[in-house]
Every structure is written in C-alpha cells, then in structure tokens.
Design a protein around this ligand. Structure first.
Ligand code: SF4
Length: 426
C-alpha cells in the first residue's frame, strides 16, 4: 500500500507486508483471519523449529491452497545449517516445494542457496535471519548471490537498517516482535552443550530461560543462589522484542516486510499479535500525509501497546533499535512475565448460533471479550450455553463445542475469531 506524502510527491510511504508465523494449519488460518499478508512455515525437514508442528507434503499443499485462496503468500523455511547428511533429499524437497507453488524459500546456508538457485531458479530466495546480515556490504554480497529479500539481523539499530536500505535494492524484512536470543539470532551452542539438542537444527531447549545458581570448584554439590529477588535470577533471559511503537520509523526507512516470531507459540498468541500489528498498520495507513514529515513524532494510541502486552510473554524490549541493550532489556527475576488474559474459545461457525470450541472452562455469567480486527475488544457476558445435543449447560470445559449466547450479542463474529478473559490486572 502506498501513501503519497504531498501533492508534489516529495516522498512515498509504503505500508510493509505483515508476515506471520504459521506453525500449524490452525495457526495459519488464525494468522490470515487477523490480517497477515504472508505467512512462513516449515516443511518436514531442513527447517529450524523442529517441534513447531511443521507440514508434510499434503499439509503444505493444503496450507498453500488455503493461503492463496485468501490472497496470502507462503514462504517456506529451509534454514538449517546443513551438514553433509542433511543434503540428501534436498533436491527432491526443493522440487516438491516448487510443485506445491510456495512463494519463497527462506534459506541461511550458502550450499542450500546454491542448490535452490540452480534447481528451482523461479522460486524467490529470502535470506534467513540465521545468516546474520549486520552490514551493507554483507547485504550487497547476498543480493549478488541472487537473494531477493534479506531478513536483517535483529542486532541492528534503525540507523544501520537505514544504511543497508540505501545500499541494496533487495526487499528488507525486519523482525518486529517475538523472542530474542541472548546470542546472535540462534548462533548459540548453549542448548547443544546442556541438552544435546542443536539450536541450529531447530531443536533448541531454551536453556537461556532456565534459572541458574553458582558453584565454587572446591565445593561440588553446593549451590549458591544468585538472587535478583526471592525467585532467583535468570541471567540469560532476554525480554521479548517489540517494535510496535517504532513502526512509523521502520516504514519511513523503507522496510518491505515486518515479521513476527513464534512458530512454536500458541494459536492465541499468533492471532493476538497479528491482530495488533494489523490494526497498527491500518491506523498508520490512515494518517494524513503531513504526519509523515516527522515519522519519529508519530505516536500510536496507547491502547495498541496495552492490547499487545495482554498477549505478552517476557515483557518488551526494543533491543538494538536505538542503542545496544542493557539490563533493562533482560528479565532477571523470572522466566516469563505475568499473564493478563487467557483464551476461552474459538469460533467454529456462525449461523443462527455462535458455535465455539472452549479452550478453558467457561461458565454462565463470565465476562469475556471477542477479538475482531479492530483494536477494541468487544466486552460481553455469557448468558447461555447449549451443547451440540441441544442441552442447556451452565459450564463448558476445554474441547466442548457449544452455542454461545452473550449480552450484548457479538457483532460481526467470524470463523477463527477468538474469545478471551482477563485474569490479571491491567
Ligand atoms: S538457548 Fe536461548 S539464546 Fe541459545 S539459541 Fe536457544 S533461545 Fe537462542
């Protein structure tokens, strides 16, 4: 989407693609429902996030058909750091992806890139964040290798992103939200050493989130607590990335795609985060062109951050955006931030009854909220529940399918819409 800044067309602002994780088919549908322009997912091999669910051949064909039917692009991660043994089957897999009709390959390894260029040259290649592009020369190098989109390292400032933008014509993709590594985006051996699970093959056990103690070499078995507070200290535990407030500057810098991390996160997380970023991009697209003369001065209404915080897991960090992160970007006292909301149901169909599947216990009188594409949740009260046999119920348990009656009625309810309940203080 393009916005012309003024009648002289002095400059052009372009709203970037919203790129969402799709660890499963359900999450893909949810991401699309809440407004993703593109999704990324993994096949059964050669993809980081080995436990993300991932798609076999038929599953991926179904996912691509569904996404394309909704005008949404699908990029497939082929971004392991491949060892020789990983290359067996690579050619067949690349040909399969072309046959399925995916819209791009996300690659980190130069060998995999070389095979893809030779075998399936018509498939656009996106450079994975695992390749750690941190400067304009590296960006230009990868562009010369045939890469059409660069996912820049998460360790860059806005000034550095802008410099890279000026150096290359390739699309730039930036992670704006989700978990951060204490190391350079996944280039970390902590999981390998501690659990034998290789982070660079998608098996990370996330030991950076563990709670640590101190031992002295002559006192084996004696553990000295390292305490930030009574719960201990999570010395490697970084807060989650959140660049929602900085979207205007990213847009003005000429970023082509903003990416949300989290193929292993829950359906409610994916839907909740995509919803907020979609609403934010739509809000920014509606601003008068004069506002874009000073993008850093554009402020999103605070309700956007409040909505996003409701889905949060480890607090919010802008990471390297202005300057290198410090202690304020770490979550030392716990592995996760307190949860303020919980999912209660997902809409299955909307006819004369609002058929939902409960995800947590639901009772008559509960105050819940329906999340549509706007930033304002619809607050309603549960007034009635009827099961699929037509029996009235006073309570639904997780997995139960019920016709839900609310006061007021949910406006504009749609399949894949989510309902939630507040459990903590705002
Ligand atoms: S252990 Fe933590 S820092 Fe290392 S790769 Fe896994 S998530 Fe990243």
């Amino acid at each position: 989407m393009y916005l012309t800044m003024d009648k002289k067309e002095r400059s052009i602002i372009r709203i970037p693609e919203l790129l969402a994780p799709a660890g499963t088919f359900d999450k893909l549908r949810t991401a699309i429902h809440y407004g993703a322009d593109a999704v990324y997912l993994g096949g059964s091999g050669l993809s980081l996030r080995a436990k993300a669910g991932n798609f076999d051949r038929d599953g991926m064909a179904r996912a691509v058909a569904y996404a394309h039917g909704h005008g949404v692009r699908v990029y497939v991660t082929v971004n392991v750091f491949a060892h020789n043994c990983d290359l067996a089957g690579l050619d067949d897999y690349l040909l399969e992806l072309r046959e399925i009709g995916v819209d791009g390959l996300i690659i980190a390894d130069p060998g995999v890139l070389d095979r893809a260029r030779k075998l399936v040259p018509e498939l656009p290649i996106h450079l994975s964040t695992q390749a750690n592009v941190t400067n304009a020369a590296a960006a230009a190098f990868w562009q010369e290798q045939g890469v059409v989109r660069l996912n820049l390292a998460r360790e860059l400032s806005l000034a550095e992103i802008t410099e890279v933008r000026q150096a290359v014509t390739a699309d730039l993709e930036i992670f704006v939200h989700g978990a951060l590594c204490i190391s350079y985006s996944g280039r970390c051996m902590l999981s390998n050493y501690m659990t034998g699970r290789d982070a660079n093959k998608g098996h990370c056990a996330h030991p950076c989130r563990y709670s640590y103690t101190l031992t002295e070499e002559k006192r084996p078995g004696q553990y000295f607590p390292v305490e930030e507070d009574e719960r201990g200290t999570y010395i490697f535990n970084s807060k989650d990335l959140c660049l929602l407030r900085r979207l205007p500057e990213l847009i003005a810098a000429g970023v082509d795609s903003i990416k949300i991390e989290g193929r292993m996160k829950s359906l409610f997380y994916v839907g909740g985060v995509v919803r907020v970023y979609r609403a934010a991009l739509d809000y920014l697209a509606g601003l008068p062109s004069a506002d874009w003369e000073d993008p850093a001065a554009i402020r999103l209404p605070e309700k956007f951050m409040l909505e996003l915080a409701a889905t949060g897991t480890r607090g919010a960090s802008e990471n390297f955006f202005d300057e290198p992160p410090g202690p304020q970007n770490m979550l030392y006292g716990s592995s996760r931030a307190p949860v303020r909301v919980e999912p209660v149901a997902v809409v299955l169909s909307v006819t004369d009854c609002l058929l939902v599947e409960a995800r947590n216990p639901l009772e008559i009188g509960d105050e819940i909220a329906y999340l549509d594409r706007s930033i304002e949740p619809q607050q309603v009260v549960v007034r009635g529940m009827v099961d699929e046999q037509g029996q009235e119920q006073v309570r639904a348990n997780p997995g139960n399918r019920i016709c839900l009656q609310t006061d007021p009625s949910v406006r504009g309810a749609a399949v894949h819409g989510m309902l939630r309940r507040t459990v903590g203080k705002n």
